[in-house]
Design a binder for this molecule. Structure first.
Ligand SMILES: C[S@@+](CC[C@H](N)C(=O)[O-])C[C@H]1O[C@@H](n2cnc3c(N)ncnc32)[C@H](O)[C@@H]1O
Length: 182
């Protein structure tokens, strides 16, 4: 598969090599992926031997980083991204200390509802955009999410010192505990 490689240097020395290609939004490494991958590398969210599910992996940058930190990772994206994910898993397998595999999944919120339990923590990282319909879509997404989930913003000073940005947010998302009606 042709494309161009985005290198992401690990604190331990070597670099992840992530193939990007032309195509849809999932074919390049987004800045939010760099921020979340580098946040995981800070170690404030220990991953060794944890089961990690990444939704909308694109090139797989975040999930593959988690797998280098000892997590057992399932990368997910639409069918058309599966080949790119497979290439990136293969290219970086020598750096993985946990495990990593790729799958395709149905829409995001349905998936979140079906796969989360009371002890599941979901990390969501996204770049805030102000143009066009983006603010409206973000507002609607957060509104829908909060029907079943509680959201907490990870403060900027806890992100990686270099890979952080005011407009890239990391949310920690947990399933709401069911309260009986008053
Ligand atoms: C903006 S890209 C981000 C990719 C990657 N997480 C990153 O930050 O570099 C959003 C990704 O979500 C994926 N996606 C969109 N709808 C999806 C769905 N219903 N199920 C799984 N993945 C989906 C897209 O294919 C795309 O790869």
């Amino acid at each position: 598969m042709s494309g161009f490689v985005r290198e992401l240097e690990l604190r331990s020395g070597p670099s992840l090599r992530l193939l990007q290609r032309s195509g849809g939004v999932g074919c390049v490494v987004w800045d939010a992926a760099l921020v979340l991958a580098k946040f995981l590398e800070t170690g404030s969210f220990p991953l060794s031997r944890r089961a990690v599910l990444e939704l909308g992996s694109g090139t797989g940058a975040v999930g593959i980083m988690a797998a280098t930190l000892g997590a057992d990772v399932t990368l997910t994206d639409l069918q058309e991204l599966q080949e790119l994910l497979a290439v990136n898993i293969d290219n970086n397998r020598h750096l993985v200390t946990g495990s990593v595999r790729a799958e395709s999944l149905e829409p995001l919120l349905k998936t979140l509802r079906e796969l989360t339990g009371p002890d599941t923590c979901v990390l969501c990282c996204y770049e805030q955009r102000t143009e066009g319909r983006n603010p409206e879509i973000e507002r609607r997404y957060l509104e829908l999410l909060q029907v079943d989930f509680e959201l907490e913003r990870v403060p900027l000073d806890q992100h990686d010192e270099q890979f952080r940005s005011e407009d890239i947010h990391i949310l920690s998302i947990r399933r709401k505990t069911k309260n009986s009606p008053l």
